[in-house]
Design a protein. Structure first.
Length: 204
Protein backbone atom coordinates (compact mmCIF):
# COMPACT_ATOMS: atom_id res chain seq x y z
CA UNK A 1 0.00 0.00 0.00
CA UNK A 2 2.79 2.40 0.96
CA UNK A 3 4.62 1.56 -2.26
CA UNK A 4 1.42 2.30 -4.23
CA UNK A 5 1.01 5.68 -2.53
CA UNK A 6 4.66 6.52 -3.17
CA UNK A 7 4.26 5.59 -6.81
CA UNK A 8 1.18 7.84 -7.10
CA UNK A 9 3.07 10.71 -5.49
CA UNK A 10 5.98 10.25 -7.87
CA UNK A 11 3.56 10.16 -10.82
CA UNK A 12 1.88 13.38 -9.72
CA UNK A 13 5.23 15.07 -9.19
CA UNK A 14 6.40 13.92 -12.62
CA UNK A 15 3.21 15.18 -14.28
CA UNK A 16 3.44 18.55 -12.52
CA UNK A 17 7.10 18.86 -13.46
CA UNK A 18 6.23 18.00 -17.06
CA UNK A 19 3.53 20.68 -17.25
CA UNK A 20 5.87 23.23 -15.67
CA UNK A 21 8.65 22.32 -18.09
CA UNK A 22 6.33 22.60 -21.10
CA UNK A 23 5.12 26.04 -19.95
CA UNK A 24 8.68 27.28 -19.53
CA UNK A 25 9.80 25.71 -22.81
CA UNK A 26 6.92 27.31 -24.69
CA UNK A 27 7.66 30.72 -23.17
CA UNK A 28 11.33 30.41 -24.11
CA UNK A 29 10.79 29.07 -27.62
CA UNK A 30 9.69 32.44 -29.01
CA UNK A 31 12.42 34.67 -30.33
CA UNK A 32 12.55 36.98 -33.35
CA UNK A 33 13.23 34.08 -35.74
CA UNK A 34 10.69 31.54 -34.44
CA UNK A 35 7.98 34.19 -34.01
CA UNK A 36 8.47 35.54 -37.56
CA UNK A 37 8.23 32.00 -38.96
CA UNK A 38 5.00 31.39 -37.02
CA UNK A 39 3.63 34.76 -38.11
CA UNK A 40 4.36 34.28 -41.81
CA UNK A 41 2.86 30.76 -41.89
CA UNK A 42 -0.45 32.49 -41.02
CA UNK A 43 -2.08 29.39 -39.52
CA UNK A 44 -3.40 31.69 -36.78
CA UNK A 45 -5.49 33.63 -39.34
CA UNK A 46 -7.91 30.76 -40.08
CA UNK A 47 -9.36 32.50 -43.13
CA UNK A 48 -9.12 36.06 -41.80
CA UNK A 49 -8.69 38.48 -44.74
CA UNK A 50 -6.92 41.55 -43.29
CA UNK A 51 -3.31 40.97 -42.31
CA UNK A 52 -1.56 42.11 -39.17
CA UNK A 53 0.60 45.21 -39.52
CA UNK A 54 4.31 44.55 -40.10
CA UNK A 55 4.86 46.87 -37.13
CA UNK A 56 3.53 44.19 -34.75
CA UNK A 57 5.84 42.80 -32.05
CA UNK A 58 5.91 39.24 -33.41
CA UNK A 59 7.49 37.73 -30.29
CA UNK A 60 4.86 39.11 -27.89
CA UNK A 61 2.07 38.25 -30.35
CA UNK A 62 3.27 34.63 -30.55
CA UNK A 63 3.60 34.39 -26.76
CA UNK A 64 0.15 35.85 -26.09
CA UNK A 65 -1.57 33.77 -28.79
CA UNK A 66 -0.15 30.50 -27.51
CA UNK A 67 -0.97 31.30 -23.89
CA UNK A 68 -4.66 31.48 -24.80
CA UNK A 69 -5.35 30.33 -28.39
CA UNK A 70 -9.08 29.80 -27.71
CA UNK A 71 -9.50 33.47 -26.82
CA UNK A 72 -7.52 34.70 -29.82
CA UNK A 73 -9.44 32.37 -32.16
CA UNK A 74 -12.70 33.89 -30.86
CA UNK A 75 -11.33 37.37 -31.52
CA UNK A 76 -10.26 36.51 -35.06
CA UNK A 77 -13.58 34.69 -35.70
CA UNK A 78 -15.43 37.89 -34.71
CA UNK A 79 -13.24 39.91 -37.06
CA UNK A 80 -13.62 37.33 -39.84
CA UNK A 81 -17.31 36.43 -39.60
CA UNK A 82 -18.97 39.74 -38.66
CA UNK A 83 -20.36 42.00 -41.37
CA UNK A 84 -18.58 44.99 -39.84
CA UNK A 85 -19.70 47.45 -42.52
CA UNK A 86 -23.35 46.89 -41.48
CA UNK A 87 -22.86 46.71 -37.70
CA UNK A 88 -23.97 49.74 -35.71
CA UNK A 89 -21.58 51.71 -33.49
CA UNK A 90 -21.54 50.33 -29.97
CA UNK A 91 -20.02 47.63 -27.78
CA UNK A 92 -20.03 43.91 -28.55
CA UNK A 93 -19.08 41.06 -26.21
CA UNK A 94 -16.71 38.46 -27.65
CA UNK A 95 -15.71 36.54 -24.50
CA UNK A 96 -16.99 38.20 -21.33
CA UNK A 97 -14.47 40.68 -19.97
CA UNK A 98 -11.57 38.84 -21.62
CA UNK A 99 -12.36 40.17 -25.08
CA UNK A 100 -14.84 42.78 -26.20
CA UNK A 101 -15.23 45.10 -29.18
CA UNK A 102 -16.21 48.72 -29.76
CA UNK A 103 -17.30 50.08 -33.13
CA UNK A 104 -17.24 53.82 -33.77
CA UNK A 105 -18.08 55.94 -36.80
CA UNK A 106 -17.24 59.59 -37.24
CA UNK A 107 -14.55 62.09 -38.17
CA UNK A 108 -10.95 61.38 -37.23
CA UNK A 109 -8.94 63.86 -35.16
CA UNK A 110 -6.36 66.42 -36.09
CA UNK A 111 -2.85 65.44 -35.05
CA UNK A 112 -2.94 68.00 -32.24
CA UNK A 113 -6.20 66.63 -30.85
CA UNK A 114 -4.96 63.02 -30.82
CA UNK A 115 -3.05 61.53 -27.87
CA UNK A 116 -0.44 58.91 -27.14
CA UNK A 117 -1.88 56.21 -24.85
CA UNK A 118 -1.05 52.78 -23.48
CA UNK A 119 -2.73 50.08 -21.40
CA UNK A 120 -1.64 47.41 -18.92
CA UNK A 121 -4.54 45.00 -18.58
CA UNK A 122 -5.56 44.77 -22.22
CA UNK A 123 -4.05 44.44 -25.67
CA UNK A 124 -5.57 46.79 -28.26
CA UNK A 125 -6.54 45.53 -31.71
CA UNK A 126 -7.26 48.48 -34.03
CA UNK A 127 -8.93 47.92 -37.39
CA UNK A 128 -10.31 50.52 -39.83
CA UNK A 129 -13.51 49.10 -41.33
CA UNK A 130 -14.06 51.87 -43.88
CA UNK A 131 -11.87 54.86 -44.65
CA UNK A 132 -8.29 55.49 -43.62
CA UNK A 133 -6.47 56.95 -40.64
CA UNK A 134 -2.93 57.48 -39.42
CA UNK A 135 -1.82 55.62 -36.31
CA UNK A 136 1.40 56.01 -34.32
CA UNK A 137 3.46 53.52 -32.29
CA UNK A 138 6.28 54.09 -29.79
CA UNK A 139 7.86 52.29 -26.80
CA UNK A 140 6.55 53.45 -23.43
CA UNK A 141 10.14 53.20 -22.17
CA UNK A 142 11.06 56.18 -24.40
CA UNK A 143 7.99 58.27 -23.50
CA UNK A 144 7.32 61.04 -20.99
CA UNK A 145 4.15 60.55 -18.95
CA UNK A 146 1.57 63.35 -19.24
CA UNK A 147 -1.29 61.53 -17.47
CA UNK A 148 -0.32 58.78 -15.05
CA UNK A 149 -1.82 55.32 -15.35
CA UNK A 150 -5.43 55.08 -14.15
CA UNK A 151 -6.37 51.52 -13.20
CA UNK A 152 -10.09 52.23 -13.57
CA UNK A 153 -9.72 53.20 -17.23
CA UNK A 154 -6.58 51.09 -17.88
CA UNK A 155 -5.03 54.09 -19.56
CA UNK A 156 -2.03 56.42 -19.43
CA UNK A 157 -0.98 59.26 -21.76
CA UNK A 158 2.42 60.37 -23.00
CA UNK A 159 4.56 62.62 -25.13
CA UNK A 160 6.99 60.75 -27.37
CA UNK A 161 8.39 60.64 -30.90
CA UNK A 162 7.14 57.56 -32.65
CA UNK A 163 6.63 55.92 -36.02
CA UNK A 164 3.43 56.49 -37.96
CA UNK A 165 1.55 54.10 -40.23
CA UNK A 166 -1.41 54.26 -42.60
CA UNK A 167 -4.34 52.20 -41.30
CA UNK A 168 -6.64 50.80 -44.00
CA UNK A 169 -9.18 47.94 -44.21
CA UNK A 170 -6.34 45.69 -45.41
CA UNK A 171 -4.48 45.72 -42.09
CA UNK A 172 -5.12 45.54 -38.36
CA UNK A 173 -2.77 46.69 -35.60
CA UNK A 174 -1.93 45.12 -32.23
CA UNK A 175 -0.61 47.19 -29.34
CA UNK A 176 0.65 45.38 -26.25
CA UNK A 177 1.37 46.73 -22.75
CA UNK A 178 4.65 48.64 -22.99
CA UNK A 179 3.69 50.00 -26.42
CA UNK A 180 2.18 53.47 -26.72
CA UNK A 181 -0.08 54.21 -29.67
CA UNK A 182 -1.63 57.34 -31.14
CA UNK A 183 -4.74 56.41 -33.14
CA UNK A 184 -7.53 58.25 -34.96
CA UNK A 185 -5.39 60.79 -36.83
CA UNK A 186 -7.12 62.22 -39.89
CA UNK A 187 -6.00 61.32 -43.40
CA UNK A 188 -6.93 64.02 -45.98
CA UNK A 189 -9.93 62.98 -48.04
CA UNK A 190 -11.48 60.78 -45.36
CA UNK A 191 -13.98 62.82 -43.38
CA UNK A 192 -15.76 59.84 -41.80
CA UNK A 193 -14.03 56.67 -40.64
CA UNK A 194 -15.66 53.52 -39.28
CA UNK A 195 -13.38 51.85 -36.77
CA UNK A 196 -13.19 48.67 -34.69
CA UNK A 197 -11.19 48.37 -31.47
CA UNK A 198 -11.03 45.01 -29.70
CA UNK A 199 -9.78 44.76 -26.12
CA UNK A 200 -8.00 41.45 -25.44
CA UNK A 201 -6.95 40.45 -21.94
CA UNK A 202 -3.15 40.42 -21.55
CA UNK A 203 -1.75 37.18 -20.12
CA UNK A 204 1.11 37.69 -17.66
Amino acid sequence: MKRLLSYKKLLLISLFAGFAYNAVAQANMWNETTAKIWLTKKNWKKGLKPDVSPAVNAVVFAQQYHKNPKLWNKVFAFLRDSDLTKMKPGKYVIDGTDAYASISEGPSKTFEASKWESHRKYIDLHYVITGEETIGEAPVSEATVTNHYDEATDNANYEVKGKFYLATPDTFFLFFPGEAHRPNIKVPGYDVVKKLVIKIRFEN
